[in-house]
Design a protein around this ligand. Structure first.
Ligand code: NAP
Length: 348
């Protein structure tokens, strides 16, 4: 006899346009039989850790250009199960590549169990001796985003001046750490005194500032970069991008990783000075991590080396329990998190 459980999962009640709030979410429950037909390709995964990421908000809107741009960012309907990156354990498998008990990483759900059918993105996980949570953040999508964005898009040279926004966040802190290890001069910005102290004292950024205390961002960046910025790793967009472009050196590079300040405010836009862009021959390039799986093995081996030698620090911000997902998610847009935000759903 197969066991039947109640599968609790998080859904949106209606589309969210603007800042998300707890009342936009609900916990739904479905009965779930923990078995699958042999050779059905279906897999049931018990979710252990799930990632909490800003891009999900763009999927929750009634409309966003992002929804047609990437298969990971398709629109979410109210009431629907929400797929998200994470780590879990197989409880039933109709796919010969996976067995009950296998640890897996990939696109699971903001729920207690994930029922995966048709095409899914999942692979077996060898934890390599590291905690499972590392495979959600540091060795997962955030880590690859930082690595690919910095090395492939920014094309750094030793000694260059690097500016990172949302520097205490999941991607930002890693970009700063990679840049410093590579021999760049790194300045970060973040939204509180505590985060600024963390960047300088714990992560060894050469300098950092609280953007919320600054009234003239162009002048602020001029103070931190009297000789100009070679690389701006943009996680926030809008005014910060404008200020960074105004302070770029010739042949400067901007990697547009994210524009979080524009996710919650549809009217907000960056209007960088295009004369600057032209005369300083600045490259502004957007990228998506999904286009960079070709360097995944290089990313893993380099990062594992850094972890083993203690050169890189893993900064995680973990909430516990499925019911904490809405608040964990909302917190991203209030700057509550330091490091990779994720939710631990269950013990192994
Ligand atoms: N291109 C890709 O493939 C890809 C992949 C992953 C992530 N991303 C993007 O990268 C960025 C960082 O993602 P993450 O997962 O590492 O998140 P995160 O940085 O860990 O969390 C978001 C942070 O953004 C800051 N923030 C929130 N609202 C803001 C606003 N209005 N203005 C300025 N800063 C704001 C907050 O920090 P403060 O306290 O500093 O404000 C918050 O902690 C996001 O834009 C995300 O969408 C892109």
């Amino acid at each position: 006899m197969s066991m039947e459980v109640t599968n609790n999962y998080i859904a949106i009640k209606s589309h969210i346009d603007g800042n998300p709030k707890e009342s936009d979410f609900e916990i739904k429950s479905d009965p779930l039989v923990l078995s699958v037909e042999p050779n059905s390709n279906e897999i049931i995964v018990k979710n252990l850790y799930v990632s909490i990421d800003p891009y999900q908000l763009n999927r929750m809107k009634s409309f966003s250009s992002s929804q047609k741009a990437s298969s990971y960012a398709v629109a979410l309907a109210p009431g629907q199960v929400i797929d998200a990156y994470g780590v879990g354990k197989v409880v039933a498998s109709g796919n010969p590549e996976f067995e009950k008990g296998d640890l897996v990483v990939g696109l699971i759900t903001w729920g207690e169990y994930s029922v995966l059918k048709g095409e899914y993105m999942l692979r077996k996980l060898d934890p390599l001796g590291f905690p499972l949570s590392y495979h959600v953040g540091m060795l997962g999508f955030s880590g690859l985003t930082a690595y690919a964005g910095f090395f492939e898009i920014c094309k750094p040279k030793k000694g260059e001046n690097v500016f990172v926004s949302a520097a205490c966040g999941s991607v930002g802190n890693l970009v700063g750490q990679f840049a410093k290890l590579f021999g760049c001069h790194v300045v970060g910005c973040a939204g509180s005194k505590k985060k600024v102290a963390f960047l300088k004292e714990k992560l060894g950024f050469h300098d950092a500032f609280n953007y919320k205390e600054e009234t003239d961002l162009k002048a602020t960046l001029k103070r931190y970069f009297p000789d100009g910025i070679d690389i701006y790793f943009d996680n926030v967009g809008a005014e910060m991008l404008e200020a960074a472009v105004a302070n770029m050196k010739i042949f400067g590079r901007v990697a547009v990783c994210g524009v979080i300040s524009e996710y919650t405010d549809a009217g907000k836009r960056a209007a960088p000075d295009m004369m600057d862009v032209m005369y300083k021959r600045i490259t502004i390039r957007g990228f998506l991590v999904g286009d960079h799986f070709n360097i995944h093995s290089d990313f893993i081996s380099t990062t594992v080396d850094h972890l083993q030698t203690g050169n890189i620090q893993v900064i995680e911000d973990i909430s516990t329990g499925l019911e904490s997902i809405p608040l964990a998610f909302i917190g991203l847009f209030r700057g509550d998190n330091i490091g990779k935000k994720m939710v631990k759903i269950a013990d192994e």
